[in-house]
Design a protein around this ligand. Structure first.
Ligand code: S3P
Length: 423
């Protein structure tokens, strides 16, 4: 495949969730430009409407208006769909308000751990009752919270953001430290809006919200393009036989660029153009050319900055010269699917040598065309990564389904077709 052309990737999923929730917690009219309009963002919008907030419809290319106001107890269970971020951040945001809600999600989300968020939120003063051992459904009753300092055992931006949003909704100081730095979109958004927030190393401290909060003046936010969605097109251009593509307005926040750093170590050619700041988030255009790749070792401290890109990196590793090792990636077992297990199984199903050793994923590169059937487990990122592998010359990769791309990147298949031409 040769590649050419330009693509503006969809709005950043993490930043969209945070912008909608923070707007909903304010008592202002908040205009959000460039929001993600995929299923996960719709889940957050739907849940916020059930909580009494006015959220306009999410349509591609249109701004979204959120009119924040005090939240109310919803009359029906909040269905967070497939979105872990919706569930965990909403739990935190409810914790500081005198309301009660029951949360659930689809089959994938119901099996994902929630105690990692519920335990610290209970320590802050919220009442949370689970119906099973862990996971959804669960019921949260918010109220007066106490100032809180927490060391999380897992580096997770969702845990950190849940606690920070509890701090905002309950108007109490919160400090979170983690073993490695996870994505810092909440902190950046808060700083952009003038909150008293400080970061030292892997610790973030929210000392307070603006004095007038939540009755702040109306404001606008702009969402950068999603670094994780862009990674699939970067991957496709890297594996191509020739040409170059340009990806417009991609978020290059250092807590999200682990993929680009590792790809550069593997021999990839990605150039950043026109680096700029968008509402506190670094953004650039990316020019990507094909490359001959070599195997790589990715260490445990690098994982949080590329956690969602491991499927794409593993696929790239399968085309690289030599062995690659992704160390300590056990967190992948509790993503939208058991991503670790399915990655190894699917790579083997298309003829690649891949193994799980303790919590490491090991992939041996090959230049044989990939051929076979991939079981996505309904996981958007697995489907998109293996679809990219299917563009390799002589390869045929059949996916068990393609609709899960709608979770984060509804136009993925048309964008992939748009950049590619077979000779
Ligand atoms: C996210 C954080 C990450 C990531 C997820 C989005 C966020 O999860 O995998 O897709 O928006 O905070 P963890 O924080 O659980 O690692």
């Amino acid at each position: 495949m040769r590649v050419s052309g330009e693509v503006a990737p969809p709005g950043d999923k993490s930043v969209t969730h945070r912008a909608l929730i923070l707007g909903a917690l304010s008592h202002a009219r908040v205009t959000v430009h460039g929001a993600l309009t995929a299923d996960d963002a719709r889940s957050t919008a739907r849940v916020l409407r059930q909580l009494g907030v006015r959220v306009g419809s999410l349509r591609r290319g249109r701004r979204v208006v959120v009119v924040g106001r005090p939240w109310v107890s919803p009359s029906r269970t909040l269905n967070c769909g497939n979105a872990g971020t919706t569930a965990r951040l909403t739990l935190g945001a409810i914790a500081g308000q005198p309301i009660e809600a029951r949360l659930t999600g689809d089959r994938s989300l119901r099996r994902r751990p929630m105690q990692r968020v519920a335990v610290p939120l209970k320590a802050m003063g919220a009442t949370i009752t689970s119906e099973g051992e862990d996971g959804l459904p669960l019921t949260v009753r918010g109220g007066a919270l106490r100032a809180f300092s927490y060391h999380t055992p897992v580096a997770s931006a969702q845990i950190k953001a849940a606690l920070l949003f509890a701090g905002v909704s309950g108007n109490v100081p919160v400090t979170v430290s983690e073993p490695a730095k996870s994505r810092d979109h909440s902190e950046r958004l808060f700083a952009h809006l003038g909150f008293d927030v400080h970061t030292h190393g892997t610790t973030v401290e929210l000392r307070g919200v603006p004095e007038s909060w939540p009755a702040v003046p109306n404001f606008s936010l702009e969402i950068p393009g999603d670094a994780s969605s862009s990674a699939f097109l970067v991957g496709a251009a890297t594996l191509a036989d020739g040409g170059e593509i340009l990806l417009r307005s991609v978020g290059v926040n250092p807590t999200r660029t682990g993929f680009l750093e590792v790809l550069t170590r593997m021999g990839g050619h990605v150039h950043r153009l026109d680096e700029r700041d968008v509402c506190g988030e670094p953004v650039a255009d990316l020019a990507v050319r094909p490359a001959t790749l070599r195997g790589v070792t990715v260490g445990p401290n690098e994982i949080p900055a590329l956690i969602d890109e491991i499927p794409m990196l593993a696929v790239l590793a399968s085309r690289a010269e030599g062995e690659s090792r992704f160390r300590e990636v056990g967190e992948l077992r509790v993503k939208e699917s058991d991503r670790l297990g399915l990655l190894a199984e699917n790579l083997r199903a298309i003829g690649v040598r891949a193994a799980i050793e303790d919590n490491d994923l090991v992939v041996v590169g090959s230049d044989q065309p990939p051929r076979g059937r991939v079981e996505t487990g309904g996981d958007h990122r697995l489907g998109m990564a293996f679809a990219v592998l299917g563009t390799t010359a002589g390869g045929t990769v059949e996916l068990s389904e393609t609709r899960s791309a709608a979770v984060s990147y509804p136009d993925f298949f048309s964008d992939l077709t748009h950049i590619g031409s077979h000779e």
